[in-house]
Structure formats: structure tokens, C-alpha cells
Unconditional design. Structure first.
Length: 507
């Protein structure tokens, strides 16, 4: 029952906090000669290239991100072309940039340090253009490598609480995290990044599924051992973090008798890898057995802090008035802002960002509808018709509650790890969560879910910003200073995530 030993999540969380002192007492220098390879490659397997002649879905990005799942009747089986489109706009290489001594390949979703530690695998029945099997998505070649032939979906159904969405899904995508790929730069904090980066990819994946007309649901409650065994990942290096059930099928999964080890070689990421045991301990402590999965998903009660300040109604654009750039166009042009001009965004733009990014996520840890784990707090530097200051987002009512008025640019820069981006942004959106309540309900697994929810909303904020021709970037932060800044309102909460939005400045 490690999942109920809540000290483990606190030990990991507290042990990976950033502070002014920790950064100075424990500096980290990047070993460029040992930088990991950013792709997982199975050298002995043939790669089947995916088609790249994508169609525009015609669905506006700002609409695609609000859906909690396309409604379909009867079979809804993704075709190979749709799977290719889904993979490209979730985790494909969308841009590259040359620099002296190399080239960086940027992907569809923002990922910390452009290190792309999230790998994608498909588990499917026979689909139009793709035989039943277990596949690894090779982002480098934009192709699939078949790890197992045959329908293995039942192994995943057995690993979960038999969620209807998963039981009836023709396609299940498994997202893993590769420790070293990200820990090369971020050391033990990488386990948080698993949730963040898997989350931004899921934001895209959910939006593209919706745009293509497939229902999709995020699954975080699964027994870890059988899922990792199906993929045959070396769990000292890589672990399953979440799943996405896509589509609807009348073809029942077949019984799976065994998932034998595959023993497939993988091209090494670096000449040497450094092990950070804190992450493997957090992974073990938040792992579930099949027995534990059954009672896993429950509702987290919410503590609503008493009203302390003036309330301001948000005024988002209506469905008719939103910019109509499609989800594909917006994902293709997204790229984290590297500089912000100290210029305002409009109140309607801010309102639209917050409204569209928070309309719900189809996920097994967010039931019933309207449940949530993270709360959002803002530092407004420069938004038209809104006084600069600190605010709390009342999500149910789409209102901002003024916590304190003032010019907090300097503090925002400091809280965002002394970077210029949060100081120059028009608004900084912080995510804080009441981990005590969450862990009490979900055990340590709630820690994964909290990071993942933040990453998904963060990914939607990115899309909502770029759809409105604004810029955005995820940021890291000084944990306790963030909580103190928003206290007493945020007392008892923990800092989870940060996104800055504003007017991008071309360098
Ligand atoms: C959760 C998260 C945190 C990030 N933190 C920082 C940060 O602290 N500073 C920074 O300059 N960029 C940060 N980034 C931006 C990444 O470096 C960027 O996403 C990555 O280089 C990939 O580039 P792209 O987003 O332009 O595709 C963050 C991104 C995410 C998703």
C-alpha cells in the first residue's frame, strides 16, 4: 500500500522545491558532451512512415480546446491518416532550428528545455490502414515501429477499473516519461516535468481528437506493472505516466494470455546516465496495483476560501467572435515566447484565455464534471481595463477576485526564477493545489494527476494565446515564495505550474 504512504509524495515535492538559496547552494552545470539523444530509437525494428498530407479539420483552435469529448454514435475508428494527423499535432517535429554545432527539433507541444522526455505508444485493434498491434511512435522519422502484432487492448482494460471509455476504445495511446532525457538538465525535478510535458501534449491530443471527431478520455488510474510490461520498457529508465482512450468501437478486446518480454535494443541516450533515485522512489510510491485501481477515482472536496476582495466578471469573446484559425494552424505556429514586449493585452483576450482553457477535461480523475485539482492565481502586469495586481480566478463563476492591487512586475520576475519573461509578460498565471486534500483522496497517485491537470490546462492556455496571436511560455518558479506571495488566500496550497502570456517581442 505504498500509494497511501503520503510522506513519500511530500518528501519528493519538498525535496524538489526551488528557492533562491537552493539554486545557489546546489548549482547545476550542463554537461553538453553528454546531452541525451532526444528520440527513442529501436535500431532493429523497421519503421513504417506515416502519411503527412494532412487535411485542415476546419475546427477553430479556440473551439477544439473547450470540448470534453466528441459525441459519436456507433463505431468511430481512427484511420491511419487521422492517427498520423493526431500524432503530428500532438508530438511531431513541427520546426527545427540550426545552431553552431547542431540542430534543435521543436515539437508540436511545449516541453521543458526542449528535451521531449515523453514517448508515445499506440495499442489498437485492426483499424483502417493499421493492423492490430502495439506500436512506438518514432518522432524522428515520423513513423511507427511495431513492438507486438495483435490486439492487446484487453491488457490495458484489465489494468484499469474497466472504464467504459477505455473498454470501448479502438485505440489507446500510452504516454511514458524517460527520466534521463529531462533529468540531464532538471535532475530530480524531472518527475514534475513528466506531468507538465505529458500535459501539454495531451492538451493538443485532446483538441486534435475533437477536431477529427473522435471522443477521447485521459486515464490516470491504471496498474503500472502490466502497462509497463506490455510496452516492455526498462522501468529504471522509462515509465508509463498516462493513457488516452480514443474513438469508439463495437469490437470487444480479446483476452491477452501473456505479454512476453521483447528484449529489444534501444539506441543509448548518452554515453553515461545519472540516476536520480528520488524520482524512482516517487514513481514506486505512486504506483497502483490492480486491486488499488478499483477504488481509485473519487471526488476531491474543495475548500473555497472566503471572499476577500473585489470581484470582476470576465468578458470572454462569444463563439461567433472568436478568431477562427484552425487547431492545425495554431499548433503549427506555436512556439514559446522568448521575449515579451511590456505591452498590454486586452481584457477580452485575457477573459477568452481563461474561459477557453478551463472548460473541463475528460479525465478519470476529474469526475464528476466540474471537478478540479488546481486553482489559478494571476499576477496582472498589463491588461487593458484591469488594475495591475494579484488575483484569484473563481473558475465556477468566471470571475477574478482581487487579492492585492499594485505593480508586481519585479516580484513576478523573481517568482519565475528571476527570469525576464514573467516580468515582461502581460499576465502570469500560477497554478496552486491543495495537495493535502488531493493526496488524501487519491494517495500519492494524486500527485501525478495534479501535475498532469496543470500541464493540460497550461497546454490549452498556450493554444488559446496563439489562437489570439499572443505569445505564451511555461515557466518554472520558486515554490514557497509563490505560495507566500498569494497568501493568506493560498495558505496550505502548493505551487504546481506557471504560464506567462503577453505580447511577443521578436528578438
Ligand atoms: C512547463 C514548462 C516550463 C517551462 N519553463 C521555462 C522556463 O523556466 N524558462 C524558459 O525560458 N522557458 C521555459 N519553458 C519553455 C520551453 O523551454 C520550451 O517549451 C521548449 O524550449 C520548446 O520550445 P517551444 O515551446 O518553442 O516549442 C517551459 C515550458 C514548459 C512547457
Amino acid at each position: 500500500m505504498l500509494n497511501r504512504d503520503l510522506d513519500a509524495a511530500w518528501k519528493y515535492h519538498n525535496g524538489t522545491k526551488h528557492s533562491y538559496l537552493s539554486l545557489r547552494a546546489n548549482p547545476h552545470f550542463l554537461d553538453w558532451d553528454n546531452k541525451p539523444l532526444l528520440f527513442k530509437i529501436y535500431p532493429t525494428l523497421e519503421v513504417t512512415r506515416l502519411p503527412k498530407d494532412f487535411q485542415q479539420s476546419g475546427i477553430a483552435a479556440l473551439s477544439a480546446i473547450t470540448s470534453v469529448g466528441a459525441k459519436v454514435k456507433g463505431d468511430s475508428l481512427p484511420t491511419l491518416e487521422d492517427i498520423a494527423q493526431f500524432l503530428f499535432f500532438s508530438a511531431g517535429v513541427t520546426r527545427s532550428r540550426k545552431f553552431p554545432g547542431g540542430e534543435t527539433f521543436f515539437r508540436a507541444a511545449a516541453c521543458t528545455g526542449a528535451l521531449y522526455e515523453t514517448e508515445l505508444y499506440l495499442v489498437c485493434q485492426d483499424l483502417p490502414g493499421l493492423g492490430a498491434g502495439v506500436y512506438h511512435f518514432g518522432a524522428a522519422e515520423f513513423g511507427l515501429r511495431q513492438l507486438r502484432a495483435g490486439d492487446y487492448r484487453q491488457a490495458l482494460v484489465d489494468a484499469t477499473a474497466k472504464q467504459a471509455a477505455l473498454r470501448k476504445a479502438p485505440l489507446i495511446v500510452i504516454f511514458t516519461g524517460v527520466y534521463w532525457r529531462n533529468a540531464w538538465k532538471y535532475r530530480s525535478r524531472t518527475y514534475r516535468h513528466f506531468g507538465w510535458d505529458n500535459g501539454t501534449i495531451l492538451a493538443n491530443a485532446l483538441a486534435v481528437s475533437t477536431a477529427l471527431g473522435y471522443p477521447a478520455k485521459v486515464i490516470e488510474g491504471f496498474a503500472d506493472e502490466p502497462v509497463n510490461a506490455l510496452l516492455d520498457v526498462d522501468i529504471k529508465k522509462e515509465v508509463a505516466f498516462s493513457m488516452l482512450a480514443v474513438g469508439l468501437s463495437k469490437t470487444a478486446p480479446k483476452k491477452v494470455t501473456e505479454t512476453a518480454s521483447l528484449g529489444l535494443p534501444v539506441v543509448p541516450y548518452s554515453s553515461q546516465e545519472v540516476d536520480y533515485p528520488a524520482m524512482r522512489q516517487m514513481q514506486a510510491a505512486s504506483s497502483l496495483t490492480k486491486e488499488e485501481v478499483k477504488g481509485w477515482s473519487k471526488k476531491v472536496s474543495r475548500h473555497s476560501p472566503a471572499l476577500s476582495g473585489k470581484l470582476i466578471d470576465l468578458k470572454p469573446l462569444s463563439e461567433e467572435a472568436i478568431p477562427k484559425d484552425t487547431i492545425e494552424q495554431v499548433i503549427q505556429r506555436r512556439g514559446s515566447a522568448r521575449h515579451f514586449a511590456q505591452e498590454p493585452i486586452s481584457f477580452a483576450e485575457l477573459s477568452t484565455l481563461l474561459d477557453r482553457a478551463t472548460r473541463g477535461i475528460p479525465a478519470d480523475f476529474l469526475e464528476p464534471a466540474g471537478s478540479r485539482l488546481n486553482e489559478m492565481y494571476l499576477i496582472v502586469n498589463n491588461v487593458e481595463s484591469l488594475a495591475p495586481g494579484a488575483y484569484y480566478l473563481r473558475r465556477d463563476k468566471l470571475q477574478l477576485e482581487l487579492l492585492k492591487e499594485g505593480d508586481f512586475r519585479k516580484q513576478a520576475g523573481y517568482l519565475g526564477l528571476e527570469q525576464q519573461l514573467p516580468a515582461d509578460a502581460s499576465v502570469n498565471i500560477f497554478f496552486l493545489a491543495d495537495l493535502n486534500r488531493i493526496l488524501d483522496v487519491f494517495g500519492n497517485r494524486g500527485y501525478r494527476a495534479t501535475q498532469l491537470e496543470a500541464g493540460i490546462i497550461g497546454g490549452k492556455l498556450y493554444i488559446a494565446a496563439y489562437a489570439q496571436r499572443l505569445g505564451a511560455t511555461g515557466l518554472t518558479f520558486y515554490d514557497d515564495d509563490v505560495v507566500n506571495f498569494f497568501s493568506p488566500h493560498a495558505k496550505q496550497k502548493s505551487a504546481i505550474f506557471l504560464v506567462a502570456c503577453g505580447q511577443p517581442l521578436k528578438a
